[in-house]
Design a protein around this ligand. Structure first.
Ligand SMILES: Cc1cc2nc3c(=O)[nH]c(=O)nc-3n(C[C@H](O)[C@H](O)[C@H](O)COP(=O)(O)OP(=O)(O)OC[C@H]3O[C@@H](n4cnc5c(N)ncnc54)[C@H](O)[C@@H]3O)c2cc1C
Length: 338
């Protein structure tokens, strides 16, 4: 059976580069090993936390319970027609390696999600998205271990209840399911999605225009805008883009005629959190080793030795100032532990 480590450092398991530790830590690579771990945790009454690559987490403190880092891997084609392909992928596969694999095989769909950090198993949890594509557009079903029943269960795309940076694995019954595999439905048709932001403009500058150069384009745009977590600890967007009532938006519009916005149903409007944060003067600001990234204020950065609590307190100041200036409550996208 898989070993359980005690007092295990989580430094290599979070992209904020926070020095924190897990009371217990294990890396199961099969459902049998997961079952054993559940029994182990149950006997010792340990709280449990499932982790992928820790690129959407902030550790404020040590985690006294059991951290589970599932290692199920592999990318396998399970079905194919003239126009589509089904691919089953293990939770531990790196997301961007999977995207690269798809592009190499001329499988269309995930290319706009190039360079998003993290594991495949985490992609459905917050329904990752970028440049006009979300994981929900590609997922056929999700296989997970149900801690409550001890059974393997399968969630159709609809049963995942995907929404903006949300799913049943994040709201609903949090912590009940451990995702082992994700099955994707990908296309063989050479259709590219260039509609979002400046993607088309950048893409048209490429000498050749195909699936592979679209991936290169997305990578280039992201590299210009976002800090590389290997150099500057961060977890991507710290806050979600708030979706507010249209009546509140119309009030705000009277005072800020340039406020960027997108319709979200008939009664709601989505406002870019980066704009709100920028308007409060945070862009490029720094307090000790914590700061707002100059090219994208939605990203909070650990410039060196910041603690999880330093980052958390900095994020609370941002929340407070946005609330005071605009009356909007920012919601964290990053999962805070402790
Ligand atoms: C530089 C940077 C850029 C980013 N850009 C984007 C972006 O463009 N779009 C976007 O959507 N996100 C983005 N992110 C956020 C992050 O990459 C995603 O949220 C990613 O899916 C997290 O993967 P992870 O494996 O690191 O998850 P973790 O941080 O380890 O975990 C995230 C959540 O998933 C749960 N989880 C992990 N594995 C499992 C499992 N097997 N079963 C059940 N639950 C599990 C965890 O408990 C936690 O709640 C960015 C992050 C960084 C650092």
């Amino acid at each position: 059976m898989r070993q359980v480590h005690t007092n295990h450092s989580l430094l290599a398991h979070n992209t904020f580069h926070i020095e924190s530790s897990a009371g217990y830590f294990s890396e199961p690579s099969s459902i049998d090993e997961l079952k054993y771990l559940m029994e182990y945790a149950h006997q010792r009454e340990l709280e449990q936390l499932v982790i992928g690559e820790g690129s959407n987490m902030l550790f404020r403190n040590n985690f006294e319970g059991l951290v589970i880092h599932p290692l199920m891997s592999g990318i396998h084609k399970t079905d194919e027609s003239d126009s589509e392909i089904l691919v089953r992928v293990g939770t531990a596969e790196n997301w961007d390696n999977f995207v690269s694999f798809c592009v190499d095989h001329s499988w269309y769909g995930p290319e706009n999600l190039s360079l998003i950090p993290g594991s495949v198993g985490s992609a459905p949890v917050q329904n990752i998205g970028a440049y006009g594509v979300e994981a929900k557009d590609l997922i056929e079903y999700v296989e997970a271990y149900d801690k409550q029943s001890g059974e393997l269960v399968s969630f159709s795309n609809q049963a995942c209840e995907f929404a903006y940076r949300n799913s049943i694995f994040k709201h609903g019954q949090i912590n009940r399911y451990i995702i082992s595999h994700v099955v994707f439905r990908l296309s063989k048709k050479s259709e590219l999605n260039l509609e979002y932001g400046n993607v088309k403009e950048y893409f048209e500058k490429q000498a050749e225009q195909n699936l592979s150069t679209l991936r290169d384009t997305i990578i280039k745009i992201r590299e210009q805008k976002l800090p590389n977590p290997d150099e500057y600890g961060n977890a991507g967007s710290f806050f979600k883009n708030p979706v507010i009532q249209r009546s509140l938006f119309e009030d705000l519009l009277k005072r800020n005629s340039t406020i960027p916005h997108y319709s979200s149903g008939s009664n709601h409007v989505k406002i870019p959190a980066a704009w709100l944060i920028d308007q409060c003067g945070w862009k490029g600001s720094r307090e000790g080793d914590v700061g707002c990234w100059p090219n994208q204020p939605l990203v909070i950065v650990n410039y060196g030795q910041a603690s999880g609590d330093d980052i958390y307190r900095f994020s609370e100041k941002i929340k407070k100032s946005v609330k005071e200036k605009f009356g909007i409550e920012l919601e964290r996208e990053v999962k805070v532990i402790g």
